[in-house]
Design a protein around this ligand. Structure first.
Ligand code: SME
Length: 154
């Protein structure tokens, strides 16, 4: 079994090859979340896109999820507002956490910030175990999100 870091390294290479030259954001997000989800075995992996002043559910893998999240609400809306990654080791300890699945125990949310400085979307990942996400997840998931928002750097 490869280490988490080895899995992420391979994943990052695959995503780079997969999205190079692609311009449709939804198509890219769809395959990126499928690859992350299948490789890492998370409970839920998906994107919420900023649309009409709220977060709207985008491409995802996993169980049914809530469709609308307001600015500053839940982990996703907070990551949008703070414009930075939020790692939640125990969702029950995060004030205002939005429970889409009762199986979710820990979570990471990474904002996608476009070159003009706007938050365009967030990547949200949930785990069935407590404290799944650490600085390794944060490092690679932020790099993957940057590949989506800065495709010309690929
Ligand atoms: N838990 C998130 C809501 C989205 S679902 O987990 C898919 C939040 O608190 O923002």
């Amino acid at each position: 079994m490869n280490s988490k870091e080895e899995k992420y390294q391979l994943l990052t290479q695959q995503i780079g090859a997969l999205i190079a030259g692609e311009t449709d954001e939804i198509a890219v997000m769809a395959n990126v979340c499928a690859l992350i989800h299948e490789t890492m075995g998370f409970l839920w992996t998906g994107f919420y896109r900023v649309k009409d002043g709220e977060l709207l559910l985008g491409p995802f893998q996993g169980p049914l999820a809530c469709m609308h999240i307001a600015y500053g609400r839940g982990v996703c809306g907070t990551a949008w507002k703070q414009r930075e990654t939020i790692v939640v080791p125990d969702v029950e300890a995060f004030p205002g956490h939005i429970a889409c699945s009762s199986l979710s125990r820990s979570e990471i949310v990474v904002p996608l910030i476009s070159p003009d400085g706007e938050v365009r979307a967030v990547l949200d990942i949930d785990s069935k175990e407590l404290a799944t996400f650490d600085s390794v997840d944060r490092h690679y998931l932020e790099a993957i999100c940057r590949m989506i928002t800065h495709p010309s750097d690929l």
